[in-house]
Design a protein around this ligand. Structure first.
Ligand SMILES: [Zn+2]
Length: 154
């Protein structure tokens, strides 16, 4: 989460701070080191689990930015949303009918079903129960060092 939210939770006594960053923030009267690792005093169900909004970005996240027809990974700019059953054929704009597709595959598929277009879906689209935080790149080397002991080795 961002540092403002972290500070608020800390001041509300909802979390215990286990590690601090070396970075500080200052209010008019005090200086605080930013919390790096915090433990919730009471478990809170991530609110995202209740309902993930159907949006372009969330569809890309669910599909791991991977075109569901050629199975290659793209940046968001090169991705489009494809309706598996085209809207013109009665398909609906819902989680189980939308997939990530690169523009090339989307063009090939056009207004056809995947079978008619000779394309095979990588994964059957489902409604996700949660999504990873898009700012959190757990595979990268950009993670704060203070987090490392708390994350499973990869
Ligand atoms: Zn593709």
């Amino acid at each position: 989460m961002n540092w403002r939210k972290a500070i608020v939770l800390w001041f509300q006594d909802k979390v215990e701070v286990l590690e601090f960053h070396t970075v500080t923030v200052a209010s008019p009267n005090q200086t605080f080191r930013l919390p790096a690792v915090m433990r919730l005093k009471q478990y809170i169900r991530p609110y995202l689990s209740l309902s993930v909004r159907l949006s372009r970005q969330n569809i890309f996240l669910r599909d791991n930015h991977t075109c569901q027809y050629c199975y290659k990974k793209f940046t968001e700019k090169k991705l489009t949303i494809d309706h598996v059953v085209p809207l013109s054929k009665g398909g609906r704009h819902e989680w189980t009918n939308v997939v990530t597709a690169c523009s090339k595959c989307n063009n090939i598929k056009g207004d056809k079903s995947p079978e008619r277009a000779n394309l095979k879906l990588l994964t059957r689209p489902e409604k996700p129960r949660w999504l990873p935080n898009r700012d959190l790149d757990l595979d990268g080397n950009r993670l704060p060092i203070a987090w490392r002991p708390y994350l499973a080795a990869r």
